[in-house]
Ligand binder design. Sequence first.
Ligand SMILES: [Zn+2]
Ligand SMILES: [Zn+2]
Length: 351
Amino acid sequence: MMRQLLLEGPAKLRWNEVDEPELDDPAAAIVRPLAVTTCDIDVAVLRGAYPLAGPYPFGHEAVARVVQAGSSVTAVAPGDLVVVPFQISCGACSPCRTGRTGNCASHPRMSTYGLGTMGGLQWGGLLADLALVPHADAMLVPLPAGIDPAAAAGASDNITDGWRAVGPPLAETPGADVLVVGGDHGSNSIGLYAAGIAVALGAGRVVYADDDAGRLAIAARLGAEPVEGPPPAKLGSFPVTVDASGSEQGVRCALNSTAFDGVCTGTSVFLTDPALPLFAMYSRCCTFRIGRAHVRPAIPQVLDLIAGPFDPALVTSAVVAWEDAIDALSEPPMKLVITRAEDGADQLAAS
Ligand SMILES: [Zn+2]
Ligand SMILES: [Zn+2]
């Protein structure tokens, strides 16, 4: 038996005793999560602001230790530290082969760890002693030596989500100015990661607009230019913009501030459709992209940045011990990391 954290409702969690996963396929691996961090959606669910009904096994961003690998697995071996992408992807179907791993066709769409019925309950959560990775070679990404698992846990999802909002457009227009709009109902860590990654990628001006003093201070530490206050109608003209606000005012500000031929990426979930400035976007040939990130192919690039100029730990609100997870999650800060030390038995299993 093993312990798994179960979310029963907003701010309501408990440890559950369940059967350990079994290595049922030569392509699979079993991993032991060592550092797990909350996703922006987790925080909204815990605060009762996002309707994801429990009970479900919780946690979907993690760095883990491989404890067992199937006979056909070659990319990782027992003992390796790995980033576990939150999305289940086979690596072989048509969407996976074209980098759209969030829409893997080998499993029900949106199959993920730790997101309840939305992600398919059979994958479990990563706040657990063990987790089954069905396609180890396609999914797992070895963690480069020297990177702290607690800092990199968000590479499973939110850090990589921030990267996709600025990395590809900055590759098209190197050195371009970037605007990120944040807000209380938004994808807060993702917006900050996007700002920090834009700075690390050598963007021109990186402006971070928000009305929250805490997030503005983090943005400044990441090297962005903080602009305080609720989003105005327009903040200037930026080739690359990001709406991480989750509000109509915020997404309108980001879109109205997108330059001619610019790209705006929406990283937040809207539960009601905002009115968009489509005439202005049409006139300026703006592209607006919104949707789940396809994380797996981008994770190695994100890890390269973490090994270099980008420090995601600047976004982390708190790091707590595994045994304190329930207490810490009952009033979750923006970005909580939960870690555990490995005991002798773990190291034995890993060797
Ligand atoms: Zn997530
Ligand atoms: Zn696939």
